[in-house]
Design a protein around this ligand. Sequence first.
Ligand code: BES
Ligand code: ZN
Ligand code: ZN
Length: 472
Amino acid sequence: MAHINKLNYKKDFKNLKSDITAKGIFEDEKHWTISSGQMKGKVGDLAFSFDKNEKVLFFGLGKKKDVKPEDFRRAAGSIVNFVIDKKYASLAVECPSSGMDAYNCQAFSEGLILASYRFLDYFSDERADYHLKNITMVGTCNKNASKKGAIIASAVCDSRDLANHPGNITTPTRLANFAKEVGKKGNMKVTVFDRDKFTKMGMGSFAAVAQGTNEPPKFIIMEYFGGPKKEKPVMLVGKGLTFDTGGISLKPGLRMDEMKFDMCGSAVVFGVMNAIATLKPKMNVVAIVPSTHNMLGGSAVLPGDILTAYNGKTIEVLNTDAEGRLILADALSYASKHYDPEYMLDFATLTGAIVITLGKIATGIMGNNEVLMENIKVSSENTGEHVWPLPLWDEYCDQVKSHVADVKNLGSPGQAGSIAGGAFLKAFVREDIPWVHFDVAGTSYHVENRSYAQKDGASGQVIRLVLDLLGV
Ligand code: BES
Ligand code: ZN
Ligand code: ZN
């Protein structure tokens, strides 16, 4: 992995040596780059100038009165992409948000670091070279806000990295080890159940998905109690499917490699916990990640099999490729039984249907609590990570009822595929727990039009949204 993981700070440009300097320009400002037609000053615009051996990159920020945090992130992204393309080693950028709300400074810093990420680990030629060594923020910048942005963005980069490594590297064991590393840094208690243990405990649904693989599955729990003992924790659950072949209901070959990203729900959870481990906020958060490959073979779960989940409900498996909901059934049941959370969120690359519905633009959310859904919408706007609600009416829940068991892992053929996933999960969430399911299948990898996220590979989306929601 290559990315910048912290920023440097300086009051002014005096004695500051850097390969290139960057300065922000508002669209409605009088500046030669605009009057000469070099750029319009819109977000994403760049104008390069070379004067007396000094390289200066002017970047657009749009109209001053309209500027939003996301504009700062995107502007930062375009600067860093330019600097990386040109193979410069150091960048000094004048803080463009001085005198403004501190959150703008956080957002700009997030953009710088998020955009600096490249996944180069497997190149054995010069493509592995990463030239950028440091970024310095210059001027009167809100250092605390900027540092926080850098920590958060760095955690997002770590999560992208987990997701970008293929299934032979990012295994359930690797995820469990990552959880332990984060746990050590953040004084968290990390517990990992192996196959024997969770099978004996009655996680029949997770065990069934995992029975077809030789790669050891893991049920990972991370407990962070940084707040008052009596305060209820927030519960985060993530789908850690380290490779999804579809199982016996085998997926088509085309782009099956993308199913290494089927652990991106867990990458959200790990990203949040990673940032928490560094920032150590006064709150309680518990994370749960069931993790396995979904494979086919002599011992794999079969269509028609009936399983018993941890909460005692029986599940008819109609398609072994709808495995995410099966492993989450046990994780949500476990959370419901052993914790009394303030609210619970789950994250999963659950359905291809969500990509049809919302494209790669927004994460689909479904839940049982309007207030929580609204709060998520607010955090979505703060962080520029789009979400859009889908309904979970009783009629949809009826569609996952089975003729031979309590529920089936498919809805009605050809109808509302993403909602069917949410409706299935709802059967495993204790009814009094406010809960929201995030279907991140569209937004967690190969997203376009975001200067601070490479379009090849994992985006790391939703981590920042959740941290905002938590008030970290
Ligand atoms: N991991 C997939 C969902 C997915 C599809 C994620 C495309 C990212 C891109 C999930 O396990 C799956 O296969 N879901 C099935 C459900 C169906 C069988 C009801 C799907 O979406 O086809
Ligand atoms: Zn699947
Ligand atoms: Zn899957």
